[in-house]
Design a protein around this ligand. Sequence first.
Ligand SMILES: Nc1nc2c(ncn2[C@@H]2O[C@H](COP(=O)(O)OP(=O)(O)OP(=O)(O)O)[C@@H](O)[C@H]2O)c(=O)[nH]1
Ligand SMILES: [Mg+2]
Length: 363
Amino acid sequence: MTPSKDLAAIVTTALEEAMRARGRLNVLIAGRTGVGKSTLVNAVFQGRLAETGQGRPVTTTTREITKEGFPLAIWDTRGLELGAFQQAVDALVALIAERAKTADARQHIHVAWLCIHEDSRRVQDVEIALHHALATYMPVVGVITKARADQGFRAEVQRLLPDARNVVRVRALEEVLDGGHTLPPMGLTDLVELTAEVIPEGLRRALAAAQKASVEQKRRVAHGIVGVSATAAAAAGATPIPFSDAVLLVPIQISMLAGISSAFGLEPSAAFLSVLVAAATGSTGATLGGRAIVGALLKLIPGAGTIVGGVVSGATAAALTTTLGELYTATLVAVFRESHGEAPDVRVVEREFKRRLGLRTRS
Ligand SMILES: Nc1nc2c(ncn2[C@@H]2O[C@H](COP(=O)(O)OP(=O)(O)OP(=O)(O)O)[C@@H](O)[C@H]2O)c(=O)[nH]1
Ligand SMILES: [Mg+2]
């Protein structure tokens, strides 16, 4: 890259790469009618997916819910209680098996949530059979819905669903009891964090982007991106690079910002990313050369400003990248906590990022 290379081109490439790296997670949600599957989907994922997504039948009892640009597909099964249950399960399992055969992991179902209503107080034979069948192909998490009083039911479910990787009690909606007591939603964060543990690592970014129940899981994924970017920056500076070549670091920084944005489930536009770069460098961004960007970013690291005209070592390059990445991640954590995990207005992100940069560079 030359210093004059159009920043817009770097930004566009970084965005495309971030979307590609994110992928799409396929989640199967099984359970009898009325157990609270749709409510759970709306409570865990952004944008009221159960209502706003597009449904497409994949078997007579299962539909696939997707949304343009959203890194998640839900396979919503119903009809478990119908007389034709065995055929329904056979059709579903045959389809899953067929998909599992393809080398393309994007076609696989990556995790199943088997939902059982706590008040039912029993696990039916059909649910046990289904959990065995599913567990051959994917990790299964048992989900006890509308949780109110355990009374030993979770242990019972664990015993009856031995192939389940875990069993979580959830309450997707606030519950108002007689006498005015309320029980707040619960278990949603645990469900997301457990799910993150059992899915392929490469899909944790898709989960982070789609879910709103655990800002911590988003933060963890962002942290991983910062680490990878810092390593790349260190490698770029492995032989100390003359400052005039420090522009080599700029695409790494921009890719990192794009990756973190997409992992949080912000829809990063080129314009937004350019604004971030401009904020980080205190300039108007679009017209800024790579060299000026690096010069400005170096101000984030105490003492590094003095290297101007000298060389940037691998350690400095890594430190610069880590500092910027952690600052941006902390910004998003704060903003997403405020918005309860739903994607905030990008202007709010921009304002908070600038405020934090200001605190950092004032000294
Ligand atoms: N109190 C309480 N009610 C819930 C909870 N989750 C779901 N419900 C209620 O249970 C009913 C059924 O919920 P749905 O989410 O539609 O159930 P479903 O599993 O999608 O049902 P089908 O689509 O028919 O298979 C609705 O009236 C929900 O409001 C919860 O955590 N607590
Ligand atoms: Mg439903």
